[in-house]
Design a protein around this ligand. Structure first.
Ligand SMILES: [Zn+2]
Length: 462
């Protein structure tokens, strides 16, 4: 097995159990695993491949727990730029109805390129619309080609507008077909081993687009295969009102009733999770994908992340789909999580007990790394230590963004200064971003092809 040496980094923030931060340290990687990490003087000086990390900050690869990558085709699209969740969705469903397998493959690679260049090494994607022969396999094959660790979530919608759901009837699927395809995907692609590059999760889209039955059947299916469950929950006030009206309970109570709480479940958003809901999530170790930029873009609100963390709820970070967060940059997402948490606390009636310390730079970076790994049920990624997968991001501290900051505190500077792109991104021991450029595919032609398809998709809906 080949070796890769990340040599003599200025600073390594490991986010290991001791939260060690090392100076002048090296990391030796053998195959896909970290073999040793420590003072540069104590490690080998050479390997099959060497990255000279002098002047760099090294952190665990960031983990994105929620995305809809196909939405990269509908960024900044006129008509829904200023809409809230439900009208935003109603405006976009007819456009997304034109998606093709090629569009899913190309937009997934584009979204992954953007994430990898921001230091993200693992991403979940929640694909919940399957028109025109689209299959989740299209996304998985895209991830394999670009070299990103991937949690492919088989989304679904089954309750169309004629049945009281939000999506138009022509984009929903039959429930038996959804379950059958989900099982096929698990059997074809899911890998439960250490270092797995593909996991499959079962992910009906939301309480307002699938039936109670499908939620229950999905939970049974997932648990019979030992895979994870994912959906959207408690995203904004309309979402809460829908739950009250249709199910006569809060979203957290609905999740409990359906068997959708547990260490093997993670819910996106949870902006409106109440105290009782936070208690339920904490007790059952149910995870939350926090999506600060999307929550701001759609004016959904401010998720009570500090209260969740204090209660013991596992929290990861998600950029969410590119149509509600048009910039999928994981370091920036962590930065926004930090800033939004501080605003949230300031807006509470009597609340400034933490003040700006509501969320520190290190808290935000921990959510974006360790937190995300926990939410995705991965014990082999999210921090840097011997035996862990070699998922690593390097940032060049000698650049403009860090000037005057990194000399004092390189780790905090990553979050407090303007968000930089990664100089190197290593996924599973493979250098996927090298000297700031994607090493696994040509970005220029990909962007061109993606733009052509984005126009084609919008035109088809006119
Ligand atoms: Zn979402």
């Amino acid at each position: 097995m080949g070796t890769l040496l990340i040599r003599n980094a200025q600073c390594v923030a490991t986010f290991d159990d001791q939260r060690s931060e090392l100076r002048d340290a090296s990391i030796l990687i053998r195959g896909h695993v970290i073999e040793a990490i420590g003072p540069a003087a104590n490690l080998p000086q050479d390997a099959d491949e060497v990255i000279d990390a002098g002047g760099h900050l090294v952190v665990p690869g960031l983990v994105n727990t929620h995305h809809h990558m196909y939405q990269s085709l509908t960024r900044a699209i006129p008509g829904v730029q200023d809409a809230e969740l439900f009208s935003w969705l109603r405006g976009l469903y007819p456009i997304w109805a034109g998606l093709t397998p090629e569009m899913v493959q190309v937009s997934t690679q584009l979204a992954m390129a953007e994430l990898l260049l921001s230091g993200c090494t693992t991403s979940s994607d929640h694909l919940y619309i399957y028109p025109n022969g689209v299959r989740l396999d299209d996304s998985i094959e895209a991830a394999q080609a670009i070299g990103m660790r991937f949690v492919a979530s088989r989304g679904s919608m089954s309750v169309g507008a004629s049945q009281g759901g939000l999506p138009p009837d022509r984009v929903v699927e039959r429930e038996d077909a959804i379950l059958k395809d989900t099982q096929r995907l698990i059997e074809t692609w899911h890998d439960a081993s250490h270092g797995a590059m593909v996991n499959v999760a079962v992910a009906p889209c939301s309480p307002f687009s699938v039936s109670r039955d499908l939620m229950r059947e999905s939970a049974l299916l997932a648990r019979s295969f030992g895979v994870r469950l994912h959906t959207h929950l408690a995203e904004n006030d309309h979402d809460i009102a829908y739950s009250r009206e249709k199910f006569n309970c809060t979203p957290a109570e609905y999740a409990q009733d359906l068997g959708w709480l547990g260490h093997d479940v993670w819910h996106a958003h949870c902006v409106k999770l109440d105290e009782a809901g936070i208690g339920l999530f904490a007790k059952t170790r149910t995870g939350v994908a926090h999506c600060p930029c999307s929550n701001m873009r759609l004016a959904s609100g401010i998720a009570p992340i500090r209260r969740m963390l204090d209660a013991g709820v596992p929290v990861g970070l998600g950029v969410d789909g590119s149509a509600s967060n048009d910039g999928a940059h994981m370091v920036n997402e962590a930065r926004q999580a930090l800033l939004l948490a501080r605003v949230g606390r300031a807006l509470e009636p009597f609340g400034c007990d933490h003040g700006p310390a509501e969320m520190t730079a290190r808290n935000a970076l921990e959510i974006a790394t360790r937190g995300g790994a926990q939410v995705l049920g991965r014990s082999d990624i999210g921090h840097l230590a011997p035996g862990m997968c070699a998922d690593i991001a390097l940032f060049d501290l000698r650049t403009l963004n860090f000037a005057g900051g990194a000399v004092h505190d390189p780790v905090a500077s990553l979050l407090l200064c303007a968000s930089p792109n990664a100089a190197y991104t290593v996924v599973n021991g493979r250098v996927v971003v090298r000297e700031g450029r994607l090493a696994t595919l040509e970005l220029g032609p990909l962007v061109e092809r993606h733009n052509r398809l984005a126009l084609q998709l919008a035109q088809a809906a006119r």
